[in-house]
Each structure stands twice: as C-alpha cells, then as structure tokens.
Design a protein around this ligand. Structure first.
Ligand code: NAD
Length: 226
C-alpha cells in the first residue's frame, strides 16, 4: 500500500469552532505566547497557564470533527495513511483516523512536572494546582511549549521520508521544527496544500486555496482517482 502522510495544523479544526493561533480572531490576539505557552510562564504563574489549557480542554469537549477531518478517513481504504498533527485536540481520533502522531502534545493527557515519561489520561478533567502525578509531582498539561523539545519530531521525519504523497492542511508553516518536515518528503512525491491563505512552501505543490471543509475532499478525490 502506498503511504499518504498528512501534516495538519490549527486550520483543520477551525470549522469545528476551535480558534487558530495566528488568524486575526486567533488565540494569540487574546493571549501573549510568553504568558501561556512557555515553561517560564508556567513557573511564573502556573494557575494562569493551567487555566488557559483547562479552557482549551473545555472548548475541545464542546467541539466535533468537521468534514475536513472526516474526509481523510476515505483515504484509508486505498492507502496507508499517517496523520502528523500540530494540534493538541483529538478531533482526528474522534473522526476515526487510525494513525495520528501528535507533535505538540495532547489536551486529554497530563504529565508529571518531574518526569516527562509519566503521562496519564485525564480526558475532559481540569488540572489544578495541587493535582499530583503518581510520583508526587505537580501535574502539568502534556503540551510541548515553545522552547521545549519536540520528542515526536524524529518518528514524524521518518514517516515523511517514506511519503508517496504528502498533504498539508491548515498550517501557517510558522512553527519549527514542524514546518521543516516537508523537506524530508522525497522530491518525486506529489505534495498538496489546503489553506485559504497563501502559505510559503519552497517546493512544487498543488494548492487548494480554500477551507478544509471543502478543500480536503478535493485532494482526497484526486488521490482516490489515481
Ligand atoms: P496557525 O494558527 O499558525 O495557522 C493556522 C492556519 O490555518 C493558517 O494558515 C490559516 O490560513 C489556516 N486556516 C484558517 N482557517 C482554516 C480552515 N477553515 N481550513 C483550513 N485552513 C484554515 O496554526 P499552526 O500552523 O497549526 O501552528 C500554531 C501552533 O498552534 C501549533 O503548534 C499548534 O499546536 C497550536 N494550536 C493548536 C490548536 C488545536 O489543537 N486545534 C489550535 C490552535 C493552535
């Protein structure tokens, strides 16, 4: 089976009602990254940061996958599909996608502040100061904050090296190392982009300049017609 690797960003979840980060109504308009999404911010004001992610988790549990997430499922009949997502929501999983690799962590998980490998499922529960991991350390969101290492970048780059087809959906390609993954895709493998805005990508790519809700279907139809 040929491999389709899909890289998704906040844009694929926009039509589910989850704000993107950099659009004009995006989250960074309301919060400064250095106040909520760095380890320093967490040390400075843990309650603010925990509440920020508690709010994101509540928003997620009020949301549902949209047509963009759902269309990707159709590819699984014909291709070995792997989704690499920068999103911390679980809307790909809710839509039924089988292989989802989260680059920047997951809202439905928490981990020990002392041991990065001690990860627990919390589902829709809030995290508060005083909530402890099994090792007795404070629980923190299982999120890769700016400036932190991205442990899944290695398996993600391996997947990209094996891509027969590569699809990019709803990402401004501003956040590294995720944005660099496209450089691992073999030169001869066709690439597709779905995003209503022009996204700078320095290789030949077929562009569907529209929202995921309509654009993903077009890419999927094309791949299924080959
Ligand atoms: P970004 O906000 O930088 O870019 C969003 C992109 O989505 C833009 O290019 C925009 O044009 C596009 N977009 C907007 N509406 C769209 C739609 N309906 N269909 C398709 N595309 C649409 O987000 P990013 O590139 O993912 O990077 C920012 C970081 O934000 C990531 O690290 C990610 O972890 C985090 N984030 C995650 C979520 C989530 O989990 N849903 C939400 C916001 C931010």
């Amino acid at each position: 089976m040929k491999k389709v690797i899909v890289l998704t960003g906040a844009g694929i979840s926009a039509e589910s009602g989850i704000s993107t980060f950099r659009d004009s109504d995006g989250l960074w308009e309301q919060y400064r990254v250095e106040d909520v999404a760095t380890y320093d911010a967490y040390l400075r004001n843990p309650e603010l940061v925990l509440n920020f992610y508690n709010e994101r988790r509540r928003q997620l549990f009020a949301a549902k996958p949209n047509e963009g997430h759902r269309q990707l499922l159709r590819l699984e009949d014909r291709y070995d599909v792997h989704i690499i997502t920068q999103n911390i929501d679980n809307l790909h999983e809710q839509a039924g996608s089988t292989n989802v690799l989260h680059l920047h962590g997951e809202l439905t998980k928490a981990r020990s502040d002392r041991d990065d490998n001690l990860i627990i499922d919390i589902g829709d529960r809030d995290i508060h100061l005083g909530d402890l991991a099994p090792d007795g350390a404070q629980l923190r969101p299982h999120i890769v904050w700016f400036g932190e290492a991205v442990p899944n970048i290695e398996p993600a780059s391996k997947l990209c090296e094996q891509a027969d087809y590569f699809i990019v959906i709803g990402t401004s390609m501003n956040v590294y190392p995720a944005a660099g993954l496209i450089h691992y895709v073999p030169r001869q493998s066709p690439c597709y982009l779905v995003d209503p805005k022009a996204v700078p990508i320095s290789r030949p790519i077929t562009i569907f300049q529209e929202k995921a809700g309509t654009g993903v279907k077009k890419v999927v139809d094309e791949l299924l017609s080959l």
